[in-house]
Design a protein around this ligand. Structure first.
Ligand SMILES: [Zn+2]
Length: 311
C-alpha cells in the first residue's frame, strides 16, 4: 500500500472482518464487479525485479511462527511467484518500451538481529535497508525490491497493526533509487492483518499472512515503484483495490484451511519434496476494452496468451 492510503485500506479490512460471519465459500471472495480504472502517470515500472529479504529481529524463536520453518514458507513463495499465473496479472501494466515480464528472481537474503531495536520508526527501517546494502550484505540493486521482514517481537512505530499491515516505498541511497517494503510478522496482530488468524495453509498464520502481503507489495512495487506510475484517481495502486479479497476459486488445503493457489516443491535432483498451498489476496487485472469502456477486475490468475483469468 501507499503510505498515504494506508489508513483507508486498513479500515476497509476491518469492515470485512466484521462482516465475515456468513462466509461459506471461502474467505472474503470479494466483488466480481468492475472497479474504477487505473491511470498511468508516466513514471517507470519494474520489468523483472530481484527480490531481497532482510530478516530483522529474532527468527530463531520457539513460538511456532518466528522460526526457520516460517522463513522457508516465505522462500518457497518467493521462488514460486515469478512466472506464476498470479504474478502475470502485473503484465497488464506494461507500457510502451517497458514490458513487465511477470518473472521475479529471489536474489538474496541477509539477517539483521536487531541493529535498531524492537521498535522501528520509518527512518530506522530505511537505515536497516541502507545498512544491508552499505555493508555489502546485499547488493545495491536499483532493480531490487528489499523486503524487511520483522519477527513478531518487533513493531513499526508509525502504525503497524493499527493503521496498516505493510507498505512499500523508495529511498535514494548514494545516488541509487532503491525500492523497499516493510512486512511485519502478523502473529503480532493476527485478527487485524490475517484472513485466517488461528489456522492457515502452512500452519503458521502469522507468516502465511505475511506472504499475502508480500505478494501485494511486490505487485505495487513493480507497477508503481516510485509512486509516479500506476494508481487510480484516489491514489490506490493495483493491489490496494483488491486488498483482503481472495476470490471465487478457493479450495480447502489438506489441513482444512482455505487456499487459492499452490505449488509442488522438488529437490535438486527432481524428487518431489512437498506441496504448499497459499491464500493470497487478489490483484487488479487490466482487461481489454469492452463496449468502449475499460473494465478492470480483481483476479487470482491470468493467462496472457488466452486472456483467461480467474476472479
Ligand atoms: Zn498497497
Amino acid at each position: 500500500m501507499r503510505i498515504v492510503s494506508a489508513i483507508i485500506t486498513s479500515l476497509l479490512f476491518i469492515a470485512c472482518v466484521l462482516s465475515a460471519g456468513a462466509q461459506t465459500t471461502g474467505i472474503h471472495p470479494g466483488t466480481t464487479f468492475p472497479l474504477s480504472r487505473m491511470f498511468y502517470h508516466r513514471g517507470p515500472v519494474m520489468l523483472e525485479p530481484n527480490v531481497y529479504v532482510i530478516w530483522y529481529g529474532n527468527w530463531n524463536r520457539t513460538n511456532h511462527t518466528d522460526t526457520a520453518e516460517g522463513q522457508q514458507i516465505v522462500r518457497d513463495f518467493l521462488n514460486a511467484i515469478g512466472g506464476s499465473p498470479y504474478f502475470a496479472i502485473n503484465t497488464t501494466y506494461s507500457v510502451s518500451n517497458m514490458t513487465i515480464s511477470g518473472k521475479v528472481s529471489f536474489a538474496g537474503e541477509t539477517t539483521d538481529n536487531g541493529s535498531h531495536g524492537r521498535a522501528l520508526s520509518p527512518g530506522m527501517l530505511r537505515s536497516v535497508v541502507t545498512n544491508a546494502v552499505g555493508s555489502g550484505a546485499l547488493p545495491t540493486d536499483t532493480n531490487g525490491v528489499y523486503f524487511v521482514l520483522t519477527s513478531s517481537d518487533v513493531t513499526e512505530t508509525s502504525g503497524f497493526c493499527s493503521h496498516f499491515c505493510a507498505y512499500h516505498y523508495r529511498i535514494l541511497f548514494r545516488g541509487a533509487d532503491l525500492k523497499y517494503a516493510f512486512v511485519g510478522n502478523f502473529a503480532r496482530c493476527p485478527v487485524i492483518c490475517t484472513p485466517q488468524p488461528t489456522h492457515s495453509p502452512n500452519g503458521n498464520p502469522g507468516v502465511d499472512g505475511m506472504v499475502s502481503a508480500i505478494a501485494h507489495e511486490l505487485s505495487e512495487a513493480v507497477t508503481d515503484p516510485d509512486h509516479n506510475a500506476w494508481f487510480d484517481l484516489q491514489g490506490f495502486e493495483n493491489a490496494d483495490k483488491c486488498a483482503w479479497t481472495y476470490g471465487h476459486h478457493q479450495y480447502k488445503a489438506l489441513n482444512g484451511t482455505w487456499a487459492n493457489m499452490g505449488w509442488d516443491y522438488f529437490d535438486g535432483s527432481g524428487a518431489f519434496l512437498y506441496h504448499r498451498d497459499f491464500l493470497i489476496q487478489r490483484n487488479l487485472l487490466r482487461t481489454n476494452t469492452r463496449s468502449g469502456f475499460r473494465v478492470d477486475f480483481c483476479a487470482t490468475s491470468y493467462d496472457p496468451a488466452s486472456g483467461a483469468a480467474q476472479q
